[in-house]
Design a protein around this ligand. Structure first.
Ligand SMILES: *Cc1c(COP(=O)(O)O)cnc(C)c1O
Length: 405
């Protein structure tokens, strides 16, 4: 399919609306993406036609819902080139997936074992590991970042040792857009027999990842960042790791047999899927993945890179504007500040003009501390944004600067 921005925009009903009397310019895609009609239809279809609980029912609706849910698991499996469907665990999202793995490792780590995080992480890939370290006495090491907002790979290599048990890094930074060299990170960690978890939340809308080729041990993401609904995501884990980890939550669906003397756990993936899941969300996640693949990740990346290059050049013409995150390998996220002006004030004026950006620390306070700033204005572009919208952003930022100085 060729990339036609007009037909793509027509797929997203929300892009037709106005905000504050102006056409919506939605540039907060790093926080969540918008949803195409086909995903909205999948949700309506589920609740209108075959809503039922899965896996247990003998009746037709339950069978239909189970089939669709398991079909979605397989779509996700194939999208990420995962070997076995039961290595895909449905979660409520990235945060849930990371907590599940961190909880599991609390029974595998000892005091003085080391785990490695990066300076570029979202809080959800920092806090669960700090909790793990408090519980186990393991030591948290941090890969430092450079002024450009990239990881210091030389420093990473010196942190690795036989004490390292686990490394967790994001594929793309949500605050700066930096694409991290995860292939190198994984290979180096495996040389010292450490496992690696990659937080793919920010990457999945931009890059199609082959998890077998990457040889990653765990990979987490959220559907809502890639045109799917909120409240659903997946954890991929290599079978050998998922078998090693204890269950995260106890309840229905995750057991083989329950007596008051002893309970045995179900096989993968059910061992990690206690309770009634987000059935409709899982199914619609599959629809979202089909939709993105139909457009094609190569076309998406090429187009978004054009937007990034254009927007960067236009914004840099504004005097007193600084962009944070200038790595040569980055995706369509631009974090910036205007000299002497608080990011929140810029965001408020842009909102009056119908332009949605995010302001603040973007759940990545260590990055803001590194640059010694309270936060940034972040414009993040998706494949349904346009150059005209970039122009509106740039004129909006100029207007904000005039009003605030
Ligand atoms: C959005 C995001 C998260 C958190 O995802 P949730 O869906 O809120 O659980 C974690 N890491 C990165 C890099 C993100 O962009």
């Amino acid at each position: 399919m060729s990339f036609n921005i007009d037909t793509i925009r027509a797929d997203f009903p929300i892009l037709q609306r106005e905000v504050n009397g102006k056409p919506l310019v939605y540039l907060d895609n790093a926080a969540t993406s918008q949803k195409p009609q086909i995903v909205i239809d999948a949700i309506v279809d589920y609740y209108s036609n075959y809503n039922a609980n899965i896996h247990r029912g003998v009746h037709a609706l339950s069978q239909e819902a189970t089939d669709k849910y398991e079909e979605a698991r397989q779509k996700i499996q194939h999208h990420f080139n995962v070997g076995k469907a039961h290595e895909i665990i449905f979660t409520s999202g990235t945060t849930h997936g990371i907590n599940l793995v961190a909880h599991g490792f609390s029974s595998l780590l000892n005091a003085n074992d080391e785990v490695i995080v990066s300076a570029l992480e979202h809080h959800s890939n920092i806090v669960p590991w700090q909790m793990l370290c408090e519980k186990t006495g393991a030591v948290l090491k941090v890969i430092p970042m450079t002024q450009e907002g990239a990881l210091d790979m030389a420093a990473y290599n010196t942190l690795l040792s036989s004490k390292t048990k686990l490394v967790f890094v994001n594929q793309i930074s949500n605050a700066l857009g930096t694409i991290n060299p995860i292939q190198d990170i994984i290979e180096a960690a495996h040389k010292v027999d450490a496992a690696v978890l990659i937080d793919g939340a920010q990457a999945c809308a931009h890059i199609k990842s082959d998890l077998q080729a990457l040889d990653v041990d765990f990979y987490v993401t959220s559907a809502h960042k890639m045109c799917g609904p909120t409240g659903v995501g997946v954890l991929y884990g290599k079978e050998k790791w998922l078998n090693k980890l204890p269950p995260y939550q106890g309840g229905g669906e995750m057991i083989a047999e329950v007596t008051f003397e002893k309970t045995t756990y179900a096989d993968l993936p059910h061992k990690f899927e206690a309770g009634t899941p987000n059935i409709c969300g899982g199914i619609a996640f599959g629809t979202a993945i089909d939709y993105l693949n139909k457009i094609g990740f190569h076309a998406i990346a090429t187009y978004e890179h054009e937007l990034l290059t254009y927007a960067t050049a236009q914004l840099l013409q504004i005097e007193g504007l600084t962009i944070y995150g200038t790595s040569s390998d980055k995706t369509s996220v631009i974090s910036f500040n205007l000299k002497g002006i608080h990011p929140y004030d810029v965001g408020t004026i842009l909102d009056k003009l119908g332009i949605a950006v995010r302001t603040g620390h973007h759940c990545a306070q260590p990055i803001m501390n590194f640059y010694n700033i309270p936060g940034t204005v972040r414009a993040s572009f998706a494949f349904y944004n346009t150059k005209e919208e970039v122009d509106l952003l740039v004129s909006g930022v100029r207007r904000a600067q005039q009003m605030l100085t």
